[in-house]
Design a protein around this ligand. Sequence first.
Ligand SMILES: Nc1ncnc2c1ncn2[C@@H]1O[C@H](COP(=O)(O)OP(=O)(O)OP(=O)(O)O)[C@@H](O)[C@H]1O
Ligand SMILES: [Mg+2]
Length: 457
Amino acid sequence: MPPRGKTHFRADASTRARVAALMQNPVFAGALALAIALVLALEVWRWSADLSLGEAAMRENSLLTACIAAACLFALVAFLIVRTRGAATATNEARSLSSDNEARLMGIIRSSMEAIITVDERQNIIIFNPMAEHIFGCSAAEALGASLSRFIPERFRATHARHVEQFGVTGVSERQMGGQQRVLFGLRSNGEEFPIEASISQVREGDSKLYTVMLRDITERVKAENVQRKSREELRELSANLQKVREDEKTRIARELHDDLGQQLTALKMDLSSVEQALEDTAEPELLRQLQGMRRLIDVTVASVRRIAADLRPVMLDDLGLIPAIEWLANDFTNRYGIDVERDIEVGDAHFSPTGATTLFRIVQEALTNVARHAEATVVNLTVRVEAAACVVQVADNGRGATASAPSAEKSFGLLGIRERAYMLGGTVEIHASSGKGFVLTVTFPAAAVQQQETQT
Ligand SMILES: Nc1ncnc2c1ncn2[C@@H]1O[C@H](COP(=O)(O)OP(=O)(O)OP(=O)(O)O)[C@@H](O)[C@H]1O
Ligand SMILES: [Mg+2]
């Protein structure tokens, strides 16, 4: 419990403060002074009336008038004194409030984690906080009065000064510096350049303007971003290389299965037919039936070998080109899954590069596989168009589209693979899918990226 005396002191003080405030109110003070002056004038008049004992009425009246005039004069003087004192107190109070605010502001500027530099219109430094000292390696004593350009690499100085001037004529009070890329460069006292992120604000002070730049050193962040970007690029290169190695491997195995194994099986089948013919008259019927069974088995094996080889990589992609390979893919898809593929293929006389043809073929193949696995569609629209500057591939189905219960992207690599393949050739991928409204995958490449260059052989 606070001591009683102290509580009492606080009550007295507040009463006194209230009375003082009331006294400083000119209207109240004027009214009070007038009231006091009138009472005094009345007393003087009554006293003089007692003394006069029947003197002339005229003398009585002039005395009364003089008393009232004196009272009014006294009230006016009292009013003016109180008003002047009030004004002086208000000025003192305002002055002390503004110096309090300034001290508070300077405290914030001093403790800020961002470097704060204020410059005048000639770009000479007038505030340089401790963080600015730390970042630029320069004491405030040295920096104050110096030109801001001292902390800007030489090649950016002219541009920077122009930008600040332009900022000065805009009505904007604050903005991020550095335009789109947002990263600027500062210059430490030891001559080292470093990346910064900064914002600038302006205030008018009298006839001139003050500009305040708040900045932070982002060296560490930029380093981390560079490491991350490099690692992402390396992963992309690794992925592209793996794709290529895989594609080469598939091509080689498909070619060997198709040509080597296929031809040997065909030769075996012909040999078997010769044996069958030679033994036709002499052999046991059971043996002949066995020989026929072997021939049928060889046919089935040849078909399997062709299918496996084509699944790996259709030989016609290399032998006949992209469009026949896509036609074959679409027919094979309809035969396997019973889903119609309506085609809109318009490539003119475009000649696809081997990489371009493989990329487009694999994208269509993955998109069709997805339709079979996820869409429950009845029709697919397949578009391949080469226009002036772009090559567009679109696979659109009428299936169930996107579903909320779709598996997490972590275990799905098909669409990711499509994006990676597109990225490698400078293409973009768009997906439009909403529940029950089908799934539309559109990949757009720069036409030159997928076509055979004239100079190439
Ligand atoms: N045509 C489609 N219709 C409906 N949903 C689709 C279609 N295509 C893709 N999806 C959805 O997008 C998801 C991602 O497809 P993605 O091809 O990346 O992976 P996946 O097919 O599940 O697996 P995989 O890695 O074997 O390709 C699918 O799991 C499916 O939910
Ligand atoms: Mg898939």
